[in-house]
Design a binder for this molecule. Structure first.
Ligand SMILES: Nc1ncnc2c1ncn2[C@@H]1O[C@H](COP(=O)(O)OP(=O)(O)OP(=O)(O)O)[C@@H](O)[C@H]1O
Ligand SMILES: [Mg+2]
Length: 449
């Protein structure tokens, strides 16, 4: 039997021994664990990058590193099941209470009942295993992790957590390369369907002549060349989630078929009159504004409303520039095996140029530029030109001020819309502008309502 991996964070080794006891205590329960102890959050981050720990034990939260650093740490490593051991008076502090409520799977106060603590760790491990099962398959391993600690990504994670509890259709909007598929995968992974399949379908990539048979399958003899029955992609997702990417590209006649499926939860294979019940959750995504597509007569309104039960916006990368450093470092580690051996990381100028750039291709563009720099970079540190970016000249830093102003405007509008529950009248009042001005600003920044 393989040992259960546990990461223990505590400034003192004595505290770890005090909480967990000796291996033969508690009927040898501790012997089931492979424990790695670290003394700080920084060391813990390093350990988590090197190895997957499903469960973490934090002794004396938030320790010497302060609540903000601890919160940042938990945000980054949100997919670990964290258990806390606290001093009896720790919960009297408001920030500590907030940390416990938001990020911990469970906590114990001192004096610790070791047997109970080991039971808690065991439960947390079981839960982590369940949640990680689909992510452990080749197709999705590691993909369910959304890197970033900006407020925007924290909001996205919170939305994913809520939406994962429901079985209703989800409609994800976001620019190309912003992380729509990763978001859909995270919803699936955190849902009760996690043990079932996650089947992504790019509606824009399948030739129109084939799409009906790909989605719904066909019966033998349905058309020339249909030598045997074929199970469609929707049916193959039974018990799990089907992800309909670029849903706006679905031809109109198939939009009707999809609508029928959403209403009746049954499908007909082409050439068959037998209805087949399929238990599948539908998540759709689009980079075009579907409301506009409806207005232009390109997308069925009734299908739009069927799909748009739980809407999620994935923010473009330029609206979460605070994530850029972390994402760049993340991809540097992800593609470490491809890098030139002399390369040690990003230079300061490169990081500055990354912040300066507007990232129209979003995270996918960051991945591509980083990989290119890692292969072609000639110095010890990545320079702006390795990334295909111009260095920030003094003049451009001036332009950066304009960019910062625009960023601030966009952020203020985003925050107001959020506060106003996306109600334009309330958001306009909150911002102190007229509704017309707000509409103009929304169009200027390309913000969807
Ligand atoms: N927050 C993130 N952390 C780590 N990787 C990310 C993040 N967001 C996106 N990625 C990675 O960026 C790439 C693009 O993401 P994804 O395919 O989910 O975007 P998309 O919105 O579906 O793009 P497209 O519109 O081109 O289909 C993927 O390799 C994904 O793993
Ligand atoms: Mg996609």
């Amino acid at each position: 039997m393989s040992l259960k991996k546990l990461l223990c964070i505590s400034p003192s080794a004595a505290a770890v021994a005090g909480a967990l006891g000796a291996p033969d205590d508690c009927g040898g329960m501790l012997a089931e664990w492979d424990i790695h102890s670290v003394a700080s959050l920084r060391e813990a981050s390093r350990a988590l990058r090197a190895r997957n720990y499903p469960v973490g034990l934090v002794l004396d939260l938030p320790g010497t590193e302060g609540c903000e650093a601890t919160e940042r740490f938990f945000r980054e490593h949100w997919n670990v099941q964290w258990i806390g051991v606290l001093a009896p008076d720790a919960l009297e502090s408001k920030p500590c209470r907030a940390l416990v409520a938001t990020w911990l799977a469970d906590f114990h106060t001192r004096p610790v009942d070791r047997q109970r603590l080991l039971h808690t760790l065991g439960h947390a491990h079981g839960l982590a295993l369940l949640r990680s099962q689909p992510a452990a398959s080749a197709a999705t391993s590691g993909l369910a992790a959304l890197t970033g600690d900006s407020a925007a990504i924290a909001r996205l994670r919170a939305q994913i957590g809520k939406v994962a509890q429901s079985d209703a259709p989800v409609l994800i909007w976001g620019e190309s390369g912003s992380g729509k598929e990763l978001t859909a995968q995270a919803i699936h992974t955190h849902s009760a369907r996690a043990a079932g399949p996650f089947v992504p379908i790019n509606c824009g990539a399948i030739p129109p002549a084939l799409i009906q048979s790909e989605l719904f399958g066909h019966a033998r003899g349905a058309f020339t060349g249909a030598a045997r029955d074929k199970v469609g992609l929707i049916e193959s997702a039974a018990g799990g989630t089907v992800f309909l990417d670029e849903i706006a590209d679905l031809p109109k006649d198939l939009q009707s078929n999809l609508l029928r499926f959403l209403q009746e939860k049954t499908i007909y294979r082409i050439g068959s009159t037998r209805s087949i019940a399929v238990d599948v959750r539908v998540i759709a995504a689009s980079h075009v504004n579907l409301q506009q597509a409806v207005a232009d007569g390109m997308f069925r309104e009734d299908l739009y409303y069927r799909l748009n039960v739980l809407p999620i916006d994935v923010p473009p990368l330029r609206e979460r520039k605070d994530d850029l450093d972390m994402l760049a470092q993340h991809f540097f580690h992800t593609f470490a095996t491809e890098k030139a051996p002399h390369l040690k990381g990003f230079g300061t100028e490169a990081l500055r140029a990354i912040r300066q750039h507007d990232w129209p291709g979003n995270v996918r563009e960051l991945i591509n530029r980083t990989r290119r720099a890692m292969v072609l970079g000639e110095g010890r540190l990545i320079a702006p030109h390795d990334l295909g970016l111009a260095p920030c000249s003094t003049q451009e830093r001036g332009a950066g001020l304009d960019a910062s102003r625009i960023d601030a405007e966009r952020a203020a509008i985003g925050a107001s819309l959020e506060r106003a529950g996306r109600n334009i009248t309330h958001a306009a009042r909150d911002l102190g502008v007229s509704r017309m001005t707000l509409y103009r600003l929304l169009a200027k920044h390309g913000i969807q309502t």
